[in-house]
Ligand binder design. Sequence first.
Ligand code: ZN
Ligand code: ZN
Length: 212
Amino acid sequence: MITVKSFSFNYFSVNTYIVHDNTGEAVIIDCGCINQQEEEIVRNYIAQNNLTLKHNLCTHLHLDHILGNAFIHKTYKLSPEAHKSEASILPSVKEQARMFGLTLRIASVPIKRFITGGGIIAFGNSELAILSVPGHSPGGLAFYNKENGYLFSGDTLFAGSIGRTDLWGGSTEVLTAAITDKLLTLPDDTIVYPGHGPETTIYAEKIHNPYL
Ligand SMILES: [Zn+2]
Ligand SMILES: [Zn+2]
């Protein structure tokens, strides 16, 4: 049984998730903290629940999803984990920020641990299966906990929408195929925790999502 806590961070309102089980071991997904106040929220949650962070997972490396990596690296000595294609294709956080007209003092933390579809992330007595879902970005990943039926979909599948495909290495055909093959084939009652906006289910998106 895993517990999911979600936070909405930075001016892109990214969903950051902390997932743990009853052993206290935890993973953080898409840490988007942009300032000390948001870092404090993460630090307090981890301390108050006596959690040990084991992985810092990135669904992809768009800047809104990686703004907190430097904080996590410094505080918990954890390197971010992402797909190799993201690290090699996407510009650094500072360059991405420039393209959005933003100036950031946040440094990029190099990805030293590469993960890919078919792999497993283990923490405590729990597992997340890594699903390869490119299209919004070249090496997009989703994380699936079969035991609870939880899916962390990043910016691929949202409640009533799908990810944009006009950024670096995006492709609508590739994204739609990935969602259809990898995500819509999960059980209907799977709860989807997306990178932005509210939770949904696979069933609701199969029935109502106008982009699928
Ligand atoms: Zn994105
Ligand atoms: Zn995003």
